[in-house]
Design a protein around this ligand. Sequence first.
Ligand code: 13P
Length: 226
Amino acid sequence: MIFAANLKCNHTRSSFELYAQELNQKLNQEDEVFIFPPNVAFLKNNFIFQQGAQNFYPCENGAYTGEIGRIHLEEFNIKSVLIGHSERRSLNEDESFLKAKFDFAKTLDFNIIYCIGESLETKNSKQSLDFLKKQIGNIDLTYEKLIIAYEPIYSIGTRVSADLDDINTVLDFLRQSTQAKLLYGGSVNQNNIKAICALKNCDGVLVGSAALKADEFFNMIQIAKG
Ligand code: 13P
């Protein structure tokens, strides 16, 4: 199972330092855990979990005001990235830019958690699978370090995860196109993580708000495993 936490625009470097130390003490070596802090909170320590970047620009370095490139990730030994999160797509990251990010991260041999997900409107018009098929049509589905996170937009930050049946249908559908690990994200919490992780094609979860405290995220991992 993969347990990933997207801390979004939360935690400073000093608060993330405490978070990372606490989680690191509790985790076992066999847990596959990714934590995505804000870029300014990256730490240089080695942890049991993988530290990843929520965002980067597909460049080494250069005249890209406000962005970070490969050399900045390298300084913190970052080898995992999130791409395609709906919160970044809504900031005008379009398919061609997402492909450029994907291709760049692939050449660096990074772990890529590629996020996809439809709106409630798309779901209600029964277009979900067609929509998701287009979103994954943009990337190399055979890349061996690819992880796909299915995060329906209508379940993010709402405290109500998608229906298990709907998650199951989508994960089964994705499995027909790729052998990549498949995660679910969207209001995953201590109450629903076990049932979500038990779905046949679910290889783990991508957690937002319920992972903001290290002890609570660790408890979720224990619940999912137990
Ligand atoms: P929440 O768990 O807060 O709904 O966020 C999910 C998410 O967007 C993870 O990337």
